[in-house]
Structures are given as C-alpha cells and as structure tokens.
Design a protein around this ligand. Structure first.
Ligand code: ATR
Length: 270
C-alpha cells in the first residue's frame, strides 16, 4: 500500500481524499490517501517525517504551497514559474521534489472538458495572487492573442507582468480603468469565499464571452451567478480543475492518468 495525503490548514473540507480514492479504485492502484491538518509552524517537520516514514506523495493546499516550494530540492519548471508547489514526491535518491499541477488542471478542464480553445483568445485574468500566478505560465503556453490581468493592487499585477515579460507582453489594469470585452474571463480572486464578486464592469462581457471561476461550490459560486446574470455565453466553476489537477498529481505519482469525466459528474451529484 502506497501512502499519500493532502496537507493544508484547514483541510477538513477537502475533496481530494474522495477524488484519489475514486482514482485508485478505477486504476486498481493500491494506495491510501488521507487529509492532514498541519499548521505553518509544523509543516516542514511534517513533510520530512512523512517521506522519511515511507510516505509516497503529498498534495499541498492553502496556505502551504509557497513553503512546499521552498522544501522541494528539485522542482519542475512549471512549479518554478508558479512560485508554488502543490505536489510533492521523492526521487530515487530519496530527495524531496515538487511539481505544480494546477496549471495543467485548469487547461485540461477548459480545453477538453469544456471544449473552449485558448489559442488566439483575448483572456482576462481577475486577480494577481497565488491562484493566478500558479496557472499563468500554462495559459501563456496556450498562445492566446492577449492576456490582461486586472487587480485591485496594481503592483501585484505589475510584478506578474514583469516576471513573464520574456514570454508575453501582459496587459495590466485596475478595475476602474479596465476597457473592452474579452473572449474568456477567469476569476482567481479570493472574493468568492465571502460570497462576493470582483468589481468588474458588465462591459467586460459580451454575448460570446466565456466565464470561468477557479472556485467551486455545491451551488453556483458568486462569480458564476454574476456571469450568468450578465449574459456570458458559457459559465464554468472550478470543480473540473480540482479533479484534473488531482489526476495530474496521480499521474506523477503512479504513472497512470485516471479517466476524469465520470468522476467530475459523480462529484457534481454529491
Ligand atoms: P491567493 O494566493 O489565494 O490567490 P492572495 O494572494 O491573497 O490569495 O490573492 C487573492 C486575490 O483576490 C488577489 O488578487 C486580491 O487582490 P489584491 O491583490 O488587491 O489583494 C483579490 N482580492 C481579495 N479581496 C479583494 C477585494 N475585497 N477586492 C478586490 N480584490 C480582492
């Protein structure tokens, strides 16, 4: 039996143990996967002991993704670009390695589950925190026509613009001066936690605009409800992204990528 866990604080709400147990059942992999609530002070110690004790892999969620990035001795380039790690494993030498599967998870969900192409699109990213930083390189690699980042704190958007200036000239804006409409709007702010929506003008949405919320919930998230109300052509929440990033972690750990379609549907029914 190979041992895995998701580490966060809080973590009791996490759907990852259920998702990975469904993956294991489907692929007949012999794994256990549990949720561990560990605070920031004890995080490093927990990770080191987990692997020293024979654990095979960890998912890392808020607020530890930055710390996991620092613990990893080797990192995938996409984790370096994200400045965050959500998947830990050990190499043959027993050294702790880090990956970030959030970007591929988002792209797979948008492109393959929802059928929305990204190449040549005019994309608006809402927010400039860890959620957006974590997926930015994956979005850039899809070769959109343009990416605009809108954020309350413009300095954080400017930092992302400068970090990725060698690969794409990202536009940045505050909410007040944001102009025009977009093919795809992705919400990566934390406002949904309190049921709020970012202060976007309805002019950002035209009848062709798709909206995607990186958050998910049992009912429509605030952003999903807002986008539907404002007439977006298609609206998605982040449940598919959650399952796809998990599938990408599972692939990294077990060498097999689970089929996700039925599992996403099953989670929707819960
Ligand atoms: P995370 O790492 O989880 O993304 P974060 O770094 O705190 O968390 O980022 C949260 C995002 O939500 C940021 O873009 C934040 O805007 P600021 O960079 O200006 O803080 C955005 N956000 C949070 N509360 C907000 C609010 N009341 N109005 C507008 N944006 C908000």
């Amino acid at each position: 039996m190979f041992r895995y866990a998701v580490v966060g604080d809080p973590v009791s709400h996490s759907k990852s143990p259920l998702i990975h147990s469904l993956f294991a059942e489907q692929t007949r992999e012999d794994i256990s996967y549990v949720a561990k609530e560990v605070d920031a002070q004890n995080f490093d110690d927990f990770v080191v002991k987990f692997f020293a004790g024979g654990g095979s892999g960890l998912n890392v969620t808020l607020p530890h993704k930055g710390r996991a990035y620092k613990i990893a001795k080797y990192r995938e380039p996409r984790a370096d670009n994200a400045g965050a790690v959500n998947t830990l494993f050990v190499n043959e030498e027993g050294e702790i390695c880090g990956d970030n599967t959030d970007g591929p998870g988002l792209i797979t969900d948008i492109k393959y589950n929802n059928g929305i192409g990204l190449g040549g699109k005019n994309i608006l990213l809402v927010g400039a925190g860890g959620a957006i930083r974590g997926v930015l390189i994956s979005l850039i690699e899809e070769k959109p026509a343009a990416i605009t980042i809108v954020n309350r704190t413009i300095a954080k958007a400017a930092a992302l613009k400068s970090k990725f200036s060698n690969v794409l000239d990202i536009e940045i804006s505050d909410y007040e001066t944001l102009n025009g409409s977009f093919d795809l709007i992705i919400n990566g702010t934390s406002l949904g936690i309190t049921g709020e929506v970012p202060p976007l003008s309805i002019e950002s949405i035209n009848s062709q605009t798709c909206c995607y919320d990186m958050m998910y919930g049992n009912k429509d998230t605030a952003f999903v409800a807002w986008a539907k109300d404002k007439g977006a052509s298609e609206v998605f929440d982040g449940l598919g992204m959650l399952v796809e990033q998990a599938a990408e972690s599972f692939l990294r750990w077990r060498g097999v990528r689970p089929q996700t379609g039925e599992i996403i549907k099953a989670l929707r029914r819960l």
